[in-house]
Design a protein. Structure first.
Length: 372
C-alpha cells in the first residue's frame, strides 16, 4: 500500500468512532486506537486520565522519562458531533476528498503526526526526544487538559499544533488571544402599564452598555474585537424586566491589550445606565495571545525549508481564533499551528479533507525532524 492508502485506512477507523467531547467512551476508543499505532513503532505510550467528564488523553514518546523534548506535537481526539453522528454518516471518500464527523478536525491532524514520525529517517527519530500529546476536550475549550498540555509544552524546544491547515494549505504562525465575559444586570420589576415608573429596566441598561462597549472597544485596525454575542432579558412582555445578561467575546493581539479590554468592560459595567440598575461582571475564561515571536519565526523558517524539501512552498497566516498552542506560547515556547492536512467546512455535515494535502503535510513533518 502507499502512504495515502495506509493513512486512509486508519482514518476510516478513527472517523467511525463516536468521539464527540461529551462521549468519553468514544474519545477513549480513539485514544486507544492511536496508542496501538504508536506501540507498533516502539514508542512508549500512556492513556492519561483527565477526569470522569472527558475521555482519556494520550501521551506517546520515544524517550520515556525525558526531562526536555526537542519537539512536542499536539492534536485533539474529540469532535463537536453528538453520539450517533458517525453511525448516521460514516467515513466515505471519493477521488478528491474524504468525509465524516471530524475527518478534518482533527482526525486528519493526529494521523499526520503518526505518519510523519513513521516515515521520518530512523536516525532522526533515534537522535531526537519527541512527545506527542493528544487531548480529549479541545472542542469545549480544553478545560480539563490545558494544564497537562502546558506541563509538557513548557519542556519542549518547539511545538507543532496539527490542527487543520487553512483551506488553501496555509499554516498558522500567530493567533489572537480570547476572553469571554458575562455581565448581569439587576433591576426592579413593575407593571409595564400601571406603574412602569416604579421599575428599573435591566434590559435597557444591558442594551445601552452593550452598544457603548461595542462602539468604544472594537478596533479592526489594531485587531481588537468585542462581540456582545449572547443577550437575555425579561420573562414577559408586560412587565419591566428586573434581570438581563450579556456574554461578550473579546479578541486581542497582545495579552496587555486583552487585560485593558477586560478592565474597560468592568468599568463600563459599573456605570449607571438606568437608575436603580446594578451590574456584576465575571470573566468566564482567558486564552493568552500567541504572537509571532522571534523564536516562532525561526520555527517557521525550518518549516518553510521542510516544506520545500517536500516539494511545495509554505505560506503562513495570522489567525483570529485561539487554540491550545496559545497556552504553550505564553511561556516563550516557539509554536506553529495549522500543521495538519487541509480541507474545509469544519463542524458541519459538509466537513471534508482534501486528499492531495495529506502527503505534503506528512512529508513536511518528517523532513522537519532532519532539520532540528
Amino acid at each position: 500500500m502507499t502512504l495515502l492508502e495506509d493513512y486512509l485506512k486508519d482514518l476510516e477507523q478513527l472517523v467511525n468512532f463516536e468521539a464527540g467531547t461529551s462521549n468519553p467512551e468514544g474519545v477513549t476508543q480513539a485514544a486507544q486506537y492511536m496508542k496501538k499505532l504508536y506501540d507498533s513503532i516502539g514508542f512508549s505510550t500512556e492513556l492519561v486520565d483527565l477526569g470522569p467528564e472527558v475521555g482519556r488523553g494520550l501521551l506517546a514518546t520515544n524517550k520515556p522519562g525525558a526531562q526536555t523534548y526537542d519537539i512536542m506535537l499536539n492534536g485533539h481526539l474529540d469532535t463537536v458531533f453528538p453520539k450517533g453522528e458517525a453511525a448516521r454518516r460514516p467515513f466515505r471518500r471519493d477521488a478528491e476528498k474524504a468525509y465524516g464527523p471530524g475527518v478534518l478536525d482533527c482526525k486528519a491532524g493526529i494521523l499526520s503526526i503518526f505518519y510523519g514520525i513513521k516515515s521520518a529517517r530512523p536516525e532522526d527519530i533515534k537522535r531526537l526526544s519527541i512527545a506527542v500529546a493528544m487531548n480529549p476536550d479541545e472542542e469545549t475549550g480544553s478545560t480539563h487538559s490545558t494544564d497537562w498540555l502546558v506541563s509538557i509544552g513548557r519542556r519542549a524546544k518547539r511545538v507543532l499544533i496539527c490542527e487543520p491547515a487553512r483551506p488553501n494549505g496555509e499554516l498558522v504562525r500567530s493567533r489572537k488571544g480570547s476572553a469571554t465575559y458575562r455581565v448581569e444586570f439587576h433591576g426592579r420589576t413593575a407593571h409595564a402599564g400601571n406603574n412602569p415608573q416604579d421599575g428599573a429596566n435591566a434590559a435597557v441598561a444591558m442594551m445601552r452598555f452593550a452598544t457603548a462597549l461595542y462602539d468604544e472597544l472594537n478596533n479592526f485596525e489594531t485587531g481588537t474585537t468585542v462581540n456582545p454575542g449572547v443577550v437575555e432579558g425579561g420573562k414577559i412582555i408586560n412587565a419591566i424586566p428586573d434581570h438581563a445578561m450579556v456574554r461578550i467575546d473579546t479578541r486581542y493581539l497582545s495579552d496587555a491589550e486583552g487585560r485593558r479590554v477586560g478592565e474597560r468592560i468592568a468599568q463600563l459595567a459599573a456605570q449607571t445606565w438606568v437608575k436603580g440598575v446594578t451590574a456584576t461582571t465575571k470573566r468566564e475564561f482567558w486564552i493568552p495571545a500567541m504572537p509571532l515571536s522571534d523564536n516562532a519565526k525561526e520555527l517557521d523558517q525550518l518549516l518553510t525549508k521542510a516544506a520545500a524539501m517536500a516539494g511545495f512552498e509554505a505560506h503562513f497566516v495570522d489567525a483570529g481564533g485561539a487554540a491550545d498552542g496559545n497556552h504553550i506560547a505564553e511561556f516563550g515556547v516557539p509554536v506553529c499551528d495549522g500543521c495538519g492536512p487541509a480541507g474545509d467546512n469544519m463542524h458541519t455535515d459538509r466537513e471534508f479533507l482534501t486528499l492531495r494535502s495529506v502527503e505534503p503535510a506528512v512529508k513536511m513533518q518528517s523532513n522537519l525532524y532532519s532539520l532540528i
